[in-house]
Design a protein around this ligand. Structure first.
Ligand SMILES: NC(=O)c1ccc[n+]([C@@H]2O[C@H](COP(=O)([O-])OP(=O)(O)OC[C@H]3O[C@@H](n4cnc5c(N)ncnc54)[C@H](OP(=O)(O)O)[C@@H]3O)[C@@H](O)[C@H]2O)c1
Length: 266
């Protein structure tokens, strides 16, 4: 990888995406940043330059093909290469499966899953050339689906499946491209406020789960890419749940029923 890697990050105007942009900027990276809100995105790009990186803002809805193309072109035309694609933009969806708001479910899948597939496909020729990395911002929700988070978790389970297949395909082709799945636990960002909720939906997250900072997630993400790690499980609670999901399905089922009332299931 280049000493000053070229990194494309979606959802970089706030939260985990912005923290990732700043973490790479401190290491001198050249960044192409995307989100829909122009002012906060420009602000993030400016902060990255003041931290020692170079940056360009590409505002727009990453679900649109022209925005995806502009991100890849932005890296190639301005920096001549692309080393890391961070598929970070994502939105939550709260509500019981039995009362799912289907337009919201489609909208969230379009961002959290479909746009990731199409942007990754567009970026792959450049990533093959650099033997770069695709980062998938999954979640502990990609391994365990909590009550009233089924719609959101379904998008992260989908991302996990796509990542697993993509890694095997790229490995079999000896492409040199890595896939790095990052699974934050609860992280202090505006994510709950930005999540889609059917009217009257209770947005409780369960009892006092300790949250981590976006900065911690970002540093772990950059280190994982630098070290070529395929997966990163963050937070002790997240690691415990992911272990439970792998080793004891009956215990996990019982736990989820027990915590359902605390998650707002009546
Ligand atoms: N926070 C958590 O507890 C947590 C835990 C595990 C995993 N994650 C995952 O981490 C990722 C980032 O979450 P976060 O907590 O940082 O959320 P956040 O603070 O709500 O930030 C989301 C980012 O995505 C952008 N975005 C939303 N819709 C977009 C669209 N259609 N096109 C382009 N950009 C879009 C937002 O900017 P605009 O609104 O300006 O577009 C913003 O920059 C998500 O994939 C999330 O699932 C979060």
């Amino acid at each position: 990888m280049s000493a000053r890697p070229v990194v494309v990050i979606t959802g970089a105007s706030m939260g985990i995406g912005r923290a990732c942009a700043e973490a790479w900027a401190r290491r001198g990276a050249r960044l192409v940043l995307n989100a829909r809100s122009v002012e906060p995105l420009n602000e993030a790009a400016k902060a990255c330059r003041s931290l020692g990186g170079d940056s360009r803002a590409v505002p727009g809805d990453v679900r649109e093909a022209k925005v995806q193309q502009a991100l890849v072109d932005g890296a190639l035309e301005h920096y001549g290469r692309l080393d890391v694609l961070v598929n970070n933009a994502g939105v939550g969806l709260y509500g019981a499966v039995s009362a799912m708001d289907l337009p919201m479910l489609r909208e969230v899948f379009e961002l959290n899953v479909v746009s990731v597939v199409s942007l990754t496909a567009l970026a792959l020729p450049a990533l093959r050339a650099s033997k770069g990395t695709v980062v998938m911002m999954s979640s502990i929700a990609g391994l365990v689906s909590m009550p009233r988070h089924g719609g959101y978790s379904a998008t992260k389970f989908a991302l996990e499946a796509l990542s697993m297949s993509l890694r095997a395909e790229l490995g079999a082709q000896k492409s040199g491209v890595r896939v790095c799945v990052v699974r934050p636990g609860l992280t202090e960002t505006a994510f709950p406020r930005n999540a889609r909720k059917a009217e009257g939906t209770d947005t409780r997250q369960g009892n006092a789960i300790p949250a981590m900072s976006a900065h911690e997630v970002a540093e772990a993400t950059v280190r994982a890419v630098e070290r070529g790690k395929p997966e990163v499980d963050l937070t002790a609670g997240g690691r415990a749940l992911s272990t439970l999901a792998r080793v004891s399905r009956p215990a996990l089922r019982q736990l989820l029923v027990r915590i359902a009332p605390r998650m707002g299931v009546k």
